[in-house]
Design a protein around this ligand. Sequence first.
Ligand code: FAD
Length: 288
Amino acid sequence: MKISEILNSGKVTVSCELFPPKKDDDIDRVKEVVRGISALKPDFMSVTYGAGGGTSKNTTRIASEIQSCGVTALAHLTCVSSTKEEVGQILSGLKEQNIENILALRGDIPKDSVFPSGGQYRYASELVRQIREYGGFCIGAACYPEGHVECARREDDIGYLKEKVDSGCDFLTTQMFFDNNILYQFLYRILAKGIQIPVVAGIMPVTNSSQIKRICALSGTELPPRFKAIVDKFADKPAAMKQAGIAYATEQIIDLISNGVNAIHLYTMNKPDIAAKIMDNLSEIIRP
Ligand code: FAD
Protein backbone atom coordinates (compact mmCIF):
# COMPACT_ATOMS: atom_id res chain seq x y z
CA MET A 1 0.00 0.00 0.00
CA LYS A 2 1.17 3.54 -0.68
CA ILE A 3 2.00 5.48 2.50
CA SER A 4 0.29 8.58 1.08
CA GLU A 5 -3.01 6.64 1.22
CA ILE A 6 -2.36 5.67 4.85
CA LEU A 7 -1.49 9.25 5.83
CA ASN A 8 -4.43 10.76 3.99
CA SER A 9 -6.92 8.37 5.62
CA GLY A 10 -7.67 10.93 8.34
CA LYS A 11 -6.91 8.56 11.24
CA VAL A 12 -4.07 8.74 13.74
CA THR A 13 -1.17 6.64 12.46
CA VAL A 14 1.85 5.26 14.28
CA SER A 15 4.82 3.97 12.31
CA CYS A 16 8.15 2.54 13.48
CA GLU A 17 11.71 2.83 12.19
CA LEU A 18 14.44 0.26 12.43
CA PHE A 19 17.89 -0.13 10.96
CA PRO A 20 19.27 -3.02 8.88
CA PRO A 21 22.19 -5.20 9.96
CA LYS A 22 25.66 -3.91 9.16
CA LYS A 23 26.91 -7.48 8.77
CA ASP A 24 25.08 -10.22 6.88
CA ASP A 25 25.55 -12.51 9.91
CA ASP A 26 23.16 -10.30 11.89
CA ILE A 27 20.27 -10.56 9.44
CA ASP A 28 18.35 -13.12 11.49
CA ARG A 29 18.59 -10.95 14.61
CA VAL A 30 17.09 -7.99 12.72
CA LYS A 31 14.39 -10.20 11.21
CA GLU A 32 13.47 -11.07 14.81
CA VAL A 33 13.17 -7.32 15.52
CA VAL A 34 10.91 -6.99 12.45
CA ARG A 35 8.65 -9.75 13.74
CA GLY A 36 8.54 -8.18 17.24
CA ILE A 37 7.61 -4.73 15.94
CA SER A 38 5.20 -5.92 13.26
CA ALA A 39 3.26 -7.81 15.95
CA LEU A 40 2.37 -4.36 17.36
CA LYS A 41 0.56 -3.64 14.06
CA PRO A 42 2.10 -0.26 13.22
CA ASP A 43 0.64 1.52 10.19
CA PHE A 44 3.96 1.14 8.39
CA MET A 45 7.60 0.38 9.20
CA SER A 46 10.65 2.10 7.75
CA VAL A 47 14.15 0.72 7.38
CA THR A 48 17.16 3.01 7.17
CA TYR A 49 19.95 2.93 4.59
CA GLY A 50 23.66 2.70 5.47
CA ALA A 51 25.31 6.05 4.81
CA GLY A 52 27.97 4.72 2.44
CA GLY A 53 25.50 2.47 0.63
CA GLY A 54 27.43 -0.65 1.73
CA THR A 55 24.40 -2.27 3.37
CA SER A 56 21.93 -1.33 0.64
CA LYS A 57 20.90 -4.90 -0.11
CA ASN A 58 20.07 -5.40 3.57
CA THR A 59 17.67 -2.43 3.45
CA THR A 60 15.78 -4.12 0.62
CA ARG A 61 15.90 -7.52 2.38
CA ILE A 62 14.54 -6.10 5.64
CA ALA A 63 11.87 -4.06 3.81
CA SER A 64 10.81 -7.27 2.11
CA GLU A 65 10.69 -9.07 5.48
CA ILE A 66 8.48 -6.28 6.86
CA GLN A 67 6.01 -6.78 4.02
CA SER A 68 6.00 -10.54 4.49
CA CYS A 69 4.87 -9.83 8.09
CA GLY A 70 1.86 -8.00 6.62
CA VAL A 71 3.06 -4.43 7.29
CA THR A 72 3.65 -1.76 4.61
CA ALA A 73 7.38 -1.05 4.25
CA LEU A 74 9.16 2.24 3.65
CA ALA A 75 12.73 1.78 2.34
CA HIS A 76 15.16 4.65 2.95
CA LEU A 77 17.55 5.43 0.10
CA THR A 78 20.48 7.86 0.18
CA CYS A 79 22.15 9.10 -2.99
CA VAL A 80 25.29 11.08 -2.10
CA SER A 81 27.63 8.10 -2.34
CA SER A 82 25.97 6.46 -5.34
CA THR A 83 25.89 6.83 -9.10
CA LYS A 84 22.62 7.32 -10.96
CA GLU A 85 23.04 3.83 -12.41
CA GLU A 86 23.42 2.27 -8.93
CA VAL A 87 20.30 4.08 -7.77
CA GLY A 88 18.45 2.81 -10.84
CA GLN A 89 19.42 -0.77 -9.91
CA ILE A 90 18.19 -0.31 -6.35
CA LEU A 91 14.87 1.05 -7.64
CA SER A 92 14.48 -2.04 -9.85
CA GLY A 93 15.28 -4.30 -6.87
CA LEU A 94 12.66 -2.55 -4.71
CA LYS A 95 10.08 -2.81 -7.46
CA GLU A 96 10.78 -6.54 -7.87
CA GLN A 97 10.08 -6.99 -4.15
CA ASN A 98 6.81 -4.99 -4.43
CA ILE A 99 8.12 -2.23 -2.18
CA GLU A 100 6.18 0.86 -3.18
CA ASN A 101 7.47 3.48 -0.70
CA ILE A 102 10.85 5.20 -0.56
CA LEU A 103 12.24 7.86 1.79
CA ALA A 104 14.55 9.78 -0.56
CA LEU A 105 17.59 11.23 1.21
CA ARG A 106 20.83 12.86 0.27
CA GLY A 107 22.83 11.24 3.12
CA ASP A 108 25.62 12.93 5.04
CA ILE A 109 28.56 14.31 3.09
CA PRO A 110 31.54 11.97 3.72
CA LYS A 111 33.96 13.42 6.33
CA ASP A 112 36.82 13.61 3.82
CA SER A 113 34.40 15.14 1.26
CA VAL A 114 35.48 12.45 -1.20
CA PHE A 115 32.44 11.16 -3.06
CA PRO A 116 32.76 7.52 -4.14
CA SER A 117 30.36 8.28 -7.00
CA GLY A 118 32.27 11.33 -8.18
CA GLY A 119 29.52 13.61 -6.88
CA GLN A 120 26.62 12.78 -9.19
CA TYR A 121 24.10 14.03 -6.61
CA ARG A 122 24.24 17.21 -4.57
CA TYR A 123 20.78 17.29 -2.98
CA ALA A 124 17.95 14.90 -2.17
CA SER A 125 15.66 16.79 -4.58
CA GLU A 126 17.69 15.30 -7.48
CA LEU A 127 16.99 11.80 -6.15
CA VAL A 128 13.29 12.63 -5.68
CA ARG A 129 13.13 13.72 -9.33
CA GLN A 130 14.86 10.52 -10.51
CA ILE A 131 12.46 8.30 -8.52
CA ARG A 132 9.47 10.27 -9.83
CA GLU A 133 10.71 9.81 -13.41
CA TYR A 134 11.25 6.09 -12.75
CA GLY A 135 7.58 5.92 -11.73
CA GLY A 136 5.37 3.83 -9.46
CA PHE A 137 6.73 4.84 -6.04
CA CYS A 138 5.24 6.89 -3.22
CA ILE A 139 8.07 9.25 -2.19
CA GLY A 140 8.86 10.70 1.23
CA ALA A 141 11.69 13.03 2.22
CA ALA A 142 13.30 14.34 5.41
CA CYS A 143 12.67 17.71 7.06
CA TYR A 144 14.22 19.43 10.05
CA PRO A 145 12.03 21.44 12.48
CA GLU A 146 15.20 22.98 14.00
CA GLY A 147 16.86 23.49 10.60
CA HIS A 148 19.41 21.21 8.93
CA VAL A 149 22.89 21.56 10.49
CA GLU A 150 24.51 22.66 7.22
CA CYS A 151 22.06 25.48 6.56
CA ALA A 152 22.89 28.72 8.37
CA ARG A 153 19.47 30.36 7.87
CA ARG A 154 16.28 28.51 8.82
CA GLU A 155 14.34 30.42 6.15
CA ASP A 156 16.72 29.19 3.40
CA ASP A 157 16.33 25.62 4.66
CA ILE A 158 12.54 25.92 4.32
CA GLY A 159 12.95 27.43 0.83
CA TYR A 160 15.06 24.40 -0.22
CA LEU A 161 12.50 22.12 1.40
CA LYS A 162 9.81 23.67 -0.78
CA GLU A 163 11.95 22.97 -3.87
CA LYS A 164 12.40 19.36 -2.71
CA VAL A 165 8.65 18.92 -2.15
CA ASP A 166 7.92 20.42 -5.57
CA SER A 167 10.33 17.98 -7.19
CA GLY A 168 7.83 15.22 -6.35
CA CYS A 169 7.42 14.34 -2.64
CA ASP A 170 4.22 12.83 -1.27
CA PHE A 171 5.04 13.25 2.43
CA LEU A 172 7.76 14.41 4.85
CA THR A 173 9.19 12.83 8.00
CA THR A 174 10.80 15.06 10.61
CA GLN A 175 14.09 14.75 12.34
CA MET A 176 13.55 13.94 16.04
CA PHE A 177 12.63 16.84 18.32
CA PHE A 178 11.96 17.04 22.04
CA ASP A 179 10.04 20.31 22.22
CA ASN A 180 6.65 20.14 20.52
CA ASN A 181 6.44 23.93 20.23
CA ILE A 182 9.37 23.78 17.80
CA LEU A 183 7.36 21.42 15.60
CA TYR A 184 4.21 23.56 15.78
CA GLN A 185 6.16 26.68 14.71
CA PHE A 186 7.79 24.71 11.89
CA LEU A 187 4.40 23.45 10.64
CA TYR A 188 3.09 27.02 10.48
CA ARG A 189 6.20 28.19 8.62
CA ILE A 190 6.12 25.46 5.98
CA LEU A 191 2.39 25.95 5.48
CA ALA A 192 3.05 29.65 4.91
CA LYS A 193 5.58 28.58 2.26
CA GLY A 194 2.89 26.52 0.50
CA ILE A 195 3.96 23.03 1.66
CA GLN A 196 0.75 21.06 2.10
CA ILE A 197 1.76 17.40 2.02
CA PRO A 198 1.45 15.30 5.22
CA VAL A 199 4.25 15.67 7.80
CA VAL A 200 5.08 12.65 9.96
CA ALA A 201 6.45 13.63 13.39
CA GLY A 202 9.61 11.69 14.34
CA ILE A 203 9.73 10.80 18.05
CA MET A 204 12.77 9.26 19.70
CA PRO A 205 12.15 7.46 23.00
CA VAL A 206 15.45 8.22 24.77
CA THR A 207 16.80 5.31 26.76
CA ASN A 208 20.51 6.13 26.85
CA SER A 209 21.75 9.54 28.00
CA SER A 210 25.22 9.56 26.42
CA GLN A 211 23.88 8.33 23.09
CA ILE A 212 21.26 11.08 22.93
CA LYS A 213 23.78 13.81 23.77
CA ARG A 214 25.98 12.59 20.91
CA ILE A 215 23.07 12.42 18.44
CA CYS A 216 21.86 15.90 19.44
CA ALA A 217 25.34 17.39 19.01
CA LEU A 218 25.61 15.92 15.50
CA SER A 219 22.09 16.78 14.35
CA GLY A 220 21.66 20.19 16.00
CA THR A 221 18.61 18.98 17.96
CA GLU A 222 18.01 20.88 21.23
CA LEU A 223 17.27 19.15 24.51
CA PRO A 224 14.77 21.47 26.24
CA PRO A 225 15.71 22.20 29.90
CA ARG A 226 12.85 20.05 31.26
CA PHE A 227 14.10 17.02 29.33
CA LYS A 228 17.80 17.76 29.84
CA ALA A 229 17.16 17.61 33.61
CA ILE A 230 15.67 14.12 33.16
CA VAL A 231 18.57 12.95 30.99
CA ASP A 232 21.13 14.29 33.50
CA LYS A 233 19.30 12.93 36.52
CA PHE A 234 19.11 9.34 35.23
CA ALA A 235 22.38 9.24 33.26
CA ASP A 236 23.81 6.51 35.52
CA LYS A 237 20.57 4.61 36.04
CA PRO A 238 19.75 2.84 32.75
CA ALA A 239 16.46 1.29 33.95
CA ALA A 240 15.22 4.65 35.28
CA MET A 241 16.36 6.45 32.10
CA LYS A 242 14.43 3.94 30.01
CA GLN A 243 11.27 4.41 32.08
CA ALA A 244 11.57 8.20 32.01
CA GLY A 245 12.38 8.23 28.26
CA ILE A 246 9.27 6.15 27.47
CA ALA A 247 7.13 8.42 29.69
CA TYR A 248 8.50 11.58 28.02
CA ALA A 249 7.93 10.21 24.50
CA THR A 250 4.39 9.12 25.47
CA GLU A 251 3.59 12.58 26.82
CA GLN A 252 5.03 14.22 23.69
CA ILE A 253 2.85 12.03 21.46
CA ILE A 254 -0.33 12.70 23.47
CA ASP A 255 0.29 16.44 23.17
CA LEU A 256 0.92 16.13 19.40
CA ILE A 257 -2.25 14.12 18.78
CA SER A 258 -4.27 16.53 20.97
CA ASN A 259 -3.05 19.36 18.74
CA GLY A 260 -3.98 17.67 15.47
CA VAL A 261 -0.66 16.06 14.51
CA ASN A 262 -1.99 12.72 13.34
CA ALA A 263 1.11 10.95 12.02
CA ILE A 264 3.65 9.72 14.57
CA HIS A 265 6.89 7.91 13.70
CA LEU A 266 8.80 6.11 16.46
CA TYR A 267 12.57 5.84 16.16
CA THR A 268 12.66 2.40 17.81
CA MET A 269 16.45 1.84 17.65
CA ASN A 270 15.57 -1.84 16.99
CA LYS A 271 14.01 -2.26 20.44
CA PRO A 272 10.56 -3.84 20.12
CA ASP A 273 9.99 -3.76 23.91
CA ILE A 274 10.23 0.04 23.94
CA ALA A 275 7.90 0.41 20.95
CA ALA A 276 5.50 -2.02 22.67
CA LYS A 277 5.44 0.00 25.92
CA ILE A 278 4.66 3.22 24.04
CA MET A 279 1.95 1.59 21.92
CA ASP A 280 0.44 0.15 25.09
CA ASN A 281 0.51 3.56 26.82
CA LEU A 282 -1.38 4.97 23.84
CA SER A 283 -3.74 2.07 23.17
CA GLU A 284 -6.98 4.00 23.81
CA ILE A 285 -5.65 7.06 22.03
CA ILE A 286 -4.39 5.59 18.78
CA ARG A 287 -6.93 2.79 18.36
CA PRO A 288 -10.11 4.22 19.90
P1 FAD B 1 18.77 17.65 1.42
O1 FAD B 1 17.29 17.78 1.42
O2 FAD B 1 19.45 17.55 0.12
O3 FAD B 1 19.36 18.85 2.28
C1 FAD B 1 20.74 18.84 2.68
C2 FAD B 1 21.22 20.27 2.89
O4 FAD B 1 21.31 20.95 1.64
C3 FAD B 1 20.29 21.12 3.77
O5 FAD B 1 21.08 21.95 4.57
C4 FAD B 1 19.50 21.94 2.75
O6 FAD B 1 19.06 23.19 3.29
C5 FAD B 1 20.55 22.15 1.66
N1 FAD B 1 20.01 22.30 0.31
C6 FAD B 1 19.03 21.58 -0.28
N2 FAD B 1 18.84 21.99 -1.55
C7 FAD B 1 19.72 23.00 -1.77
C8 FAD B 1 20.01 23.83 -2.89
N3 FAD B 1 19.35 23.70 -4.04
N4 FAD B 1 21.00 24.76 -2.77
C9 FAD B 1 21.69 24.89 -1.59
N5 FAD B 1 21.44 24.14 -0.50
C10 FAD B 1 20.47 23.20 -0.59
N6 FAD B 1 20.86 9.24 6.62
C11 FAD B 1 21.30 8.03 6.16
O7 FAD B 1 22.48 7.89 5.81
N7 FAD B 1 20.44 6.96 6.06
C12 FAD B 1 19.14 7.03 6.41
O8 FAD B 1 18.40 6.06 6.31
C13 FAD B 1 18.65 8.30 6.91
N8 FAD B 1 17.36 8.45 7.27
C14 FAD B 1 16.90 9.68 7.70
C15 FAD B 1 15.54 9.82 8.03
C16 FAD B 1 15.06 11.06 8.47
C17 FAD B 1 13.59 11.20 8.81
C18 FAD B 1 15.94 12.15 8.61
C19 FAD B 1 15.43 13.46 9.13
C20 FAD B 1 17.29 12.02 8.27
C21 FAD B 1 17.79 10.79 7.81
N9 FAD B 1 19.12 10.62 7.44
C22 FAD B 1 19.57 9.40 6.99
C23 FAD B 1 20.09 11.72 7.59
C24 FAD B 1 20.22 12.55 6.28
O9 FAD B 1 20.79 11.76 5.26
C25 FAD B 1 21.12 13.76 6.60
O10 FAD B 1 20.48 14.63 7.50
C26 FAD B 1 21.67 14.51 5.39
O11 FAD B 1 22.71 15.39 5.85
C27 FAD B 1 20.64 15.39 4.66
O12 FAD B 1 19.79 14.64 3.93
P2 FAD B 1 18.49 15.31 3.23
O13 FAD B 1 17.87 14.25 2.42
O14 FAD B 1 17.69 16.00 4.24
O15 FAD B 1 19.24 16.36 2.27
